[in-house]
Design a binder for this molecule. Structure first.
Ligand SMILES: [Zn+2]
Length: 470
């Protein structure tokens, strides 16, 4: 566990003056998470709310996790739900929707919920507890009070006796061991926690600490190389965007498994550590980690309007995953080329593979990339039927290349897709503090090109065949 001085100061300010951030002047919400018998795969959660007013309170559990566009129905893993007031009297409750528990609190000054959460699937969108490791997929563990997503919260972790490591993007609370602070539930839900006895590596970029928490990576894999390469990757990505937008960043590298989910100042990446033993596997790992890292800009900060603030109850539909995912694929490898970690030939080979996969599947005759994005919730994205659907990862990276080349051509190489990303970051994330619409994204691309991009955007919204030679 690490502590960061600048973050602690920031945390103290937030705790001291919550009203300045739109929170109720009184009231606290605190979670305690324990793992009394890891072999049962059950987390035990207590959620204490002080200062809630009202005869009844609705407690909800999100239906999905941002970054994984699929309804997860997390509430199905909850058992042994119990509610009481601060004096130990049980409070009546009933389930009023599949993910809402209504507690008759009668204006009790404190409400204390307790419940268990079962987690036996090792994946970035699932809670997992075993005798070796625990992983918190936050929307599936923490309930929220209906209408109070903006409330601050703390989480205290009670580790099993022989575990020593807690890794998360959450800020630690000064003077309270193993306790973390979230300024609101969006941040709480965006900060997974990995616990156990993992190995911790570190590096800094522009004085910002980056923690790399690894497990199941063979001792023969060179740690110094891993750190040096990740540092160059972060430097290339932040150099492109012109900012290091967080106080600290945590790579949660979990083995074994597949798939990662990006977060605002962390990423949960499951992979097979043995694969790093050969050069191709190492290269694939770097691309994958760079993809999840680049998402801290593209989707967590530069984002379509539909992807934040989130509705945690239901699907949040957007046409724009080809931008959020596809352009992250485009940049994952371009960033590595710029960092000197991938050759031009390796890069072109990967682009060729993506184009070939897209062209060889009949889905591109039936589905555009905007449709693929919109319908991903029903098909779990890339897992859809390739006869009738396409991958917005492959197609999105192709479109990223087409946009970049077209903008460079139209502007006589004075502008590129980098300028679009930076403009979106400055104008919408830093300036307007919101996502962009489809039209606003296109406008920024056309601003960079200095001309209409009718042809490229026709490829986005139709199944028209691409003229590759052109
Ligand atoms: Zn992604």
């Amino acid at each position: 566990m690490k502590r960061y001085l600048n973050v602690i100061l920031c945390t103290t300010l937030l705790v001291g003056f919550p009203a300045a951030f739109g929170q109720p002047a009184t009231g606290t919400m605190s979670f305690t998470v324990s793992m009394p018998q890891p072999s049962t795969h059950n987390f035990h959660v207590t959620f204490r709310c002080d200062g809630l007013k009202g005869e009844m309170q609705d407690f909800k559990m999100p239906a999905w996790m941002p970054g994984f566009y699929r309804i997860m129905d997390y509430e199905k893993n909850v058992s042994n739900f119990h509610a009481e007031d601060g004096a130990g009297h049980a409070l009546p409750w009933e389930k009023v929707t599949r993910n809402t528990w209504r507690v008759v609190s009668g204006n009790a000054p404190a409400i204390i919920l307790s419940y268990d959460v079962f987690g036996n699937t090792s994946f970035a969108a699932n809670n997992y507890l075993s005798e070796q490791r625990a992983f918190i997929a936050p929307p599936g563990l923490y309930m929220y009070v209906a209408g109070q997503i903006q409330h601050t919260a703390t989480v205290t972790i009670k580790l099993p006796a022989d575990w020593k490591q807690i890794a998360t993007g959450l800020d630690p609370v000064q003077g309270r061991p193993d306790t973390f602070f979230a300024p609101d539930f969006d941040v709480l839900y965006d900060c997974p926690i990995l616990m156990g006895n993992q190995e911790v590596l570190q590096f800094e970029v522009q004085s910002k600490p980056h923690e790399v928490v690894i497990e199941s990576v063979p001792a023969s894999v060179d740690r110094q190389r891993m750190i040096a390469d990740l540092k160059r990757t972060v430097e290339a990505a932040t150099g492109l965007m012109g900012d290091v937008p967080y106080h600290h960043y945590t790579f949660l590298m979990i083995g074994t498994g597949n798939g990662g989910i990006e977060h605002t100042n962390s990423a949960a990446c499951f992979f097979n550590g043995n694969s790093l033993g050969d050069e191709n596997g190492y290269q694939r790992w770097l691309s994958y980690i760079c993809h999840e890292y680049f998402h801290n800009f593209n989707v967590k900060r530069i984002r379509p309007v539909a992807l934040g603030p989130f509705d945690y109850d239901t699907e949040n539909l957007t046409n724009m995953l080809w931008v959020s995912e596809g352009l992250s694929v485009y940049y994952q490898d371009l960033v590595l080329v710029r960092a000197g970690l991938m050759t031009r030939d390796q890069y072109l080979e990967k682009m060729k593979t993506a184009i070939t996969r897209f062209e060889n599947a009949s889905g591109h005759h039936y589905q555009s990339t905007t449709e693929s994005s919109l319908y991903t919730w029903g098909t779990s994205g890339v897992g859809g039927d390739h006869n009738t659907t396409i991958s917005y990862y492959d197609n999105g990276s192709m479109l990223g290349a087409m946009l970049d080349l077209k903008i460079r051509n139209e502007s006589r190489n004075q502008k590129s897709l980098d300028d679009v990303m930076r403009a979106l970051y400055r104008k919408y994330y830093l300036g307007k503090k919101r996502g962009f619409t489809d039209a606003e994204f296109r406008q920024e691309c056309e601003n960079a090109a200095g001309s209409p991009l009718t042809e490229v955007f026709a490829y986005v919204s139709t199944t028209q065949d691409v003229e590759y030679a052109k």
